[in-house]
Write a protein that binds this ligand. Structure first.
Ligand code: TRP
Length: 464
């Protein structure tokens, strides 16, 4: 259909990985592979990051945090993440995130945090053990969901792929966003309300013992760490029933088959299942799984080893990703500071009794402003200059300055009436069905961020 429907399908998808461990086969099938696949879809703008501030909540072993950051970054890169497409960065390289986290902390009711599962689980465990309810609970653990909300809201993500255990956190992020929008957004959307994306199709691999593969159960199969032999040795430990070769086996009841199925085409999985039903021995089955996995993993493992030998190269990639991300977070945090009142004093001149404004030179006045000018043909136009001095909006041409002035007034006084249409990734603004102005997007922040920014700037006029 129209450009609008086409363009507005682009979704910002964001997810973080807490850097406390070494990725295993279950992480690959359940999170890394699906995320990378998603980032290659044309209508997805993917943001993936190492949640290393979150790691500090769970882990006070500095060397482990350091090692895990490196391993996880190398894993995602070796697994084929295209960092030209996706924005891949380290949370701790984005200082705007903890800044936003604090600002959000100040408007988040404590009662909401009391309900967080991770915190409640600790309290329950303490109560069961007969110690103080908050024993061992840090403020980091307690406010964990606010930091996570900041991760998500900082980049106005639409979709957040997570495991089911994280759904509550996404709901809290929505709640926090809504409260902020309502209070500071003057009725305009400030933050995009994110949605959890829990993919039931994605494989949750069983571990060696049949429980979910997890570091905390110590039942994992390595991904890129170690050698081909280590992989085979782990596979040899997968628990099976004691049926002998020749006896029919039930694939649906087999961890080994569940793992195999997660790595091959359905037809190949079915053929394997059939062999099991017909009596394939477990030893043979393990060999087949081992060969299959080794074929898939070997080339990635090779890249991983190469990357791990050059940490400075990984660092460079992450810093480039952070730079890309900060193109969004830096201007956006300025909007947010503005919204909550952390403003430069010289920007509030008009409200101060001693009329600071009159004494301030024009250059340093930090309010958004509409600037009128004449185009080449003598028609009248205007542009909107943001508090940071960038041009956000340029109008169409009007036959006389009165009409141009009326449109400026309308934009200032009732931003809610603006109709937004996406054309080639830039918003066009109409009032009462008439095209009035188009976005100027020099910063290439993306249409949604641009829109949030524009609405915030416009809100500053009615706030005056
Ligand atoms: N809490 C998430 C986990 O443990 C990791 C995480 C941190 C995250 N910040 C995020 C996930 C933001 C999604 C979005 O799995």
């Amino acid at each position: 259909m129209s450009a609008k429907t086409e363009q507005s399908k682009v979704q910002r998808v964001l997810t973080g990985v807490t850097t406390t461990g070494t990725p295993h086969l279950g992480n690959y099938a359940g999170a890394i592979r699906p995320a990378i696949d998603m980032s290659n879809q044309p209508d997805v703008d993917a943001f993936f990051f190492l949640a290393d501030y979150h790691a500090l909540i769970k882990c006070d072993d500095a060397d482990r945090v350091e090692r895990s950051r490196l391993e996880i970054a190398a894993t995602w890169l070796a697994a084929g993440l295209d960092t030209d497409r996706a924005t891949f960065y380290c949370q701790s390289d984005i200082p705007e995130i903890p800044e936003l986290s604090w600002i959000l902390t100040c408007s988040t009711p404590k009662g909401v945090m009391n309900r967080a599962h991770a915190y409640k689980a600790s309290v329950d465990a303490n109560e069961a053990a007969g110690v103080e309810p908050d024993d061992g609970v840090t403020m980091g653990l307690y406010s964990y969901p606010i930091l996570m909300a900041a991760d998500i809201l900082m980049f106005n993500a639409h979709k957040v792929p997570v495991g089911a255990d994280q759904i509550q956190h996404i709901e809290m992020a929505r709640d926090i966003a809504q409260r902020f929008n309502y209070h500071y957004g003057k009725g305009n959307e400030f933050f995009v309300l994110p949605e959890a994306q829990v993919d039931n199709e994605v494989a949750t691999l069983p571990g060696l013992d049949g429980r979910k593969m997890s570091k905390s159960y110590n039942n994992t199969i390595p991904l890129f760490e170690g050698t081909a032999k280590d992989l085979q040795q782990a596979i040899a430990q997968i628990k099976t029933d004691s049926k002998l070769p020749g006896e029919p086996k039930n694939p649906d009841d087999s961890n080994l088959f569940a793992i195999y199925r997660a790595f091959v085409e359905p037809a190949k999985a079915e053929a394997f299942a059939q062999e099991l039903r017909e009596g394939l021995g477990w030893g043979e089955a393990k060999k087949m799984l081992g060969n299959e996995l080794e074929t898939i993993i070997a080339p990635m493992r090779e890249r991983y080893v190469e990357l791990m030998a050059k940490p400075e190269q990984i660092e460079e990639i992450l810093l480039a990703g952070a730079e890309k991300a900060r193109k969004i977070s830096q201007p956006f945090i300025q909007e947010i500071r503005q919204a909550v009142g952390l403003r430069r004093f010289h920007a509030i001149g008009s409200e101060t009794p001693n009329k600071v404004k009159e004494k301030t030179t024009k250059k340093s006045v930090k309010t958004p402003r509409f600037v009128s000018f004449k185009d080449d043909t003598g028609q009248f136009m205007f542009r909107l200059i943001s508090t940071e001095g960038e041009e956000l909006l340029r109008s169409v041409s009007f036959p006389n300055p009165q009409i141009a002035g009326q449109e400026i007034k309308a934009l200032q006084s009732d931003p809610g009436a603006i109709e937004f249409t996406l054309v080639n990734d830039l918003y066009q603004l109409s009032l009462n069905g008439q095209l009035v102005a188009v976005a100027v997007d020099e910063t290439e922040v993306g249409a949604e961020v641009w829109k949030a920014k524009l609405l915030n700037q416009l809100a500053l006029f009615s706030a005056e």
